[in-house]
Every structure is written in structure tokens, then in C-alpha cells.
Design a protein around this ligand. Structure first.
Ligand code: TYD
Length: 218
């Protein structure tokens, strides 16, 4: 089972992932989590290039290839072996981030991007993708209030981030069996309850997971 968390910047998906990790720990269910860009030694070095504010002159094509270089390394060395061993894997972002940010955000044609993604991932597609949806402006305001996390991607203008959000909603509408859209604009505890319920409904977590109080995993 390969699950991905997607959403605009500041959607709180990384916080939710930390809480879900605690649910798996409490139920003693093996889980591997990873994040993009990064998740491998080589990928983390590529991440530094991508996120560094001094690389503001980076072109969209350069950005696309770097994200996918990090991704190819992650797929081959981490994701494929774990999935082959039957481990549940959750990735904080995956290929859909490229379609949303570089495709819709930078307005790069989607078809060549899809071909590149197929090459970089060897056609690995998630079984389930949770979209943490919220207005771009709300997400960016959250990021700004935590200024040390601000990176080169956050620094693109608001219309860029609005296109990213719209792109995600379009991708989710295209493949409604794989995507579940969660309203991430409200209370974090409520979002956690929704994530747990979705995972129970999709057979990822057993029904017991619904009885763990959010206060114990927050
Ligand atoms: P990160 O600090 O990990 O943000 P978040 O917590 O929102 O995931 O930064 C990752 C940034 O890179 C984020 O702005 C999304 C962007 N990104 C792309 O533009 N394309 C991609 O393929 C990936 C994986 C991420």
C-alpha cells in the first residue's frame, strides 16, 4: 500500500503525518514514511539546491529535472524495496506535486511532465492520495508566521500558489477513486479525525484506530 499526502504549502499535511505515525506506532503496525524532495542522502542534497533562496534564478525545466532526480533515487532505493516487502509507505508529497507545482503552477504542459514522471518513478502510482486542501492565501499566511521554514518555492507569488491549489483540485477530480480531498482550513484535530476515518474506510488502519483520542497523538 503506497499512500501520499499532497497539498499546497502550509496545508498542515506534515503535522498530520506526524500524528498518523503515532497511530501506527500505538497499533504496532509497521510503517515507512518519507518526504519529497529528499528522503535519501542524494535526494537531500538535491533538496538543498531546490529550496535555497539564493537559487532564485532557477528555471522551471531545471526545477522539474531536479525534483525528478531526487524522486528517481527515492523510488529505487527506498519506496520499491519497502513496497516489495509489503510495508505500508506514506510519502509526504510525490509525483502529483510536480503536476500541481511545475505543471499547473508554472504552466508547463502536463503531457511531457506525465511522461517524465513515468520515467522517474518507473510508473509507480500511489494507491491512495490525501489532498489537504485550503485557500493558497491561508496556507502562505501560516508559512509566513513560521518564517524559518520559508523557502524558494514559498517565495513564488500568490497567483502561482492559487494555480497550484486549482491544479490539485483538478487532479483529484480526474481520479476520484485514488484521491480523497480533505478540508485542511479548519481545526487540526478535526483534520486528524478525518484522516484516521479515511484510512479506516480504505482498509489501511483497523477500526480500533478510531478509538485513539487525538489528544494522545497530537
Ligand atoms: P517543504 O518545505 O517540504 O514544504 P511542504 O511542507 O509544504 O511539503 O517544501 C517542498 C516544496 O517543494 C513545496 O513548496 C512544494 C514543492 N515541490 C514542487 O514544487 N514539486 C515537487 O515535485 C515536489 C515534490 C515539491
Amino acid at each position: 500500500m503506497f499512500i501520499t499526502f499532497e497539498g499546497p504549502d502550509g496545508s498542515g499535511k506534515s503535522t498530520q503525518l506526524r500524528r498518523i505515525i503515532r497511530v501506527f506506532e500505538r497499533l504496532k503496525i509497521p510503517l515507512l514514511t518519507t518526504r519529497e524532495p529528499g528522503g535519501t542522502e542524494i535526494g537531500d542534497q538535491v533538496r538543498e539546491i531546490l529550496m535555497n533562496m539564493k537559487n532564485r534564478s532557477m528555471k522551471a525545466r531545471t526545477e522539474i529535472l531536479l525534483f525528478n532526480a531526487a524522486r528517481a533515487q527515492l523510488v529505487e532505493t527506498v519506496l520499491r524495496p519497502a513496497l516489495a516487502a509489503g510495508t505500508i509507505v506514506i510519502s509526504d508529497r510525490f509525483a502529483d506535486s510536480t503536476l500541481a507545482y511545475q505543471g499547473y503552477g508554472h504552466q508547463t504542459p502536463l503531457e511531457p511532465l506525465r511522461q517524465l514522471l513515468a520515467f522517474a518513478t518507473g510508473n509507480l502510482v500511489p494507491d491512495l492520495t490525501l489532498l489537504f486542501d485550503l485557500p493558497a492565501e491561508v496556507g502562505l499566511r501560516r508559512r509566513l508566521s513560521n518564517h524559518d521554514e520559508w523557502n524558494r518555492m514559498d517565495d513564488y507569488d500568490l497567483p502561482f500558489h492559487e494555480r497550484v491549489r486549482g491544479g490539485y483540485l483538478a487532479l483529484a477530480a480526474e481520479a476520484p477513486r485514488r484521491w480523497v480531498t480533505i478540508d485542511a482550513s479548519g481545526d487540526a484535530d478535526q483534520v486528524t479525525r478525518t484522516v484516521v476515518r479515511v484510512m479506516i474506510d480504505r482498509g489501511v488502519l483497523p477500526a480500533d484506530a478510531g478509538r485513539i483520542p487525538v489528544s494522545e497523538i497530537a
